[in-house]
Design a protein around this ligand. Structure first.
Ligand code: AMP
Length: 205
């Protein structure tokens, strides 16, 4: 069986479960999940220079600059564990970031091989985000920030899917269901592209 390298992007609105599914899929494929949101949150938590710089931006639900975010992602993708594939979560998030990422990946001759579009209705996203706010206490899961982030998603992030659709790499996956069901849907979509864990029949098993 031929296998396609797993250079993946998972994309969906806040509360779509993309972080959770991204980690599951990445683990099953033996590739790192690279979440820009997680990188920023870890830096805020540790009080690093980067964390201090981005905390107010994140709490307000605004986007960190393309320049800073792009540099973090490039640096991460250059690490050895990403040599055989990676799963991006939360980057790219607008057209400028797609162009930055293209320049980097095309320079290596290693374009994305699949983009998983996880769709959930808006009301479901908002419901899951308010649950998460209670459970995890994230500073950016307040009503104002949630509304802003969903609007940025609709205005700036959703349109990048058209760019990827034109390349034939997008798999639309229904994000409503149990965690295992959704993982199985993503697994099946990736398998259809020849992206699968070595020797495994199913990622969700
Ligand atoms: P997330 O966990 O992906 O929702 O990201 C949390 C926050 O981190 C976002 O609301 C932004 O403030 C920031 N962030 C994450 N990824 C990016 C990105 N690609 N570009 C700009 N800001 C980002």
């Amino acid at each position: 069986m031929t296998t396609t390298p797993a250079r993946l992007l998972i994309i969906g609105p806040q509360g779509s479960g993309k972080g959770t599914q991204g980690v599951r899929i990445a683990e099953a494929l033996g590739i790192p999940a690279v979440s820009t949101g997680d990188v920023f949150r870890a830096n805020v938590k540790d009080g690093t220079e980067l964390g201090v710089k981005v905390k107010a931006i994140i709490d307000a639900g605004d986007l960190v600059s393309d320049e800073l975010t792009g540099a973090i992602v490039r640096d991460r993708l250059e690490q050895g564990d990403a040599a055989n594939g990676f799963l991006l979560d939360g980057y790219p998030r607008n057209v400028a970031q797609v162009n930055d990422l293209d320049a980097f990946l095309d320079g290596r001759g290693e374009p994305l091989t699949a983009v998983i579009e996880l769709s959930v209705p808006r009301e479901e996203s908002i419901h899951r985000l308010s649950l998460r706010a209670t459970e995890q206490g994230r500073d950016d899961d307040n009503e104002e920030s949630i509304a802003k982030r969903l609007k940025i998603y609709e205005d700036e992030t959703a349109p990048i899917l058209d760019l990827y659709r034109a390349r034939g790499v997008v798999d639309a996956v229904d994000g409503v269901g149990s965690l295992d069901e959704i993982t199985a849907r993503i697994t099946a979509a990736l398998a259809a592209r020849g992206i699968a864990a070595a020797g495994s029949q199913s990622l969700s098993a």
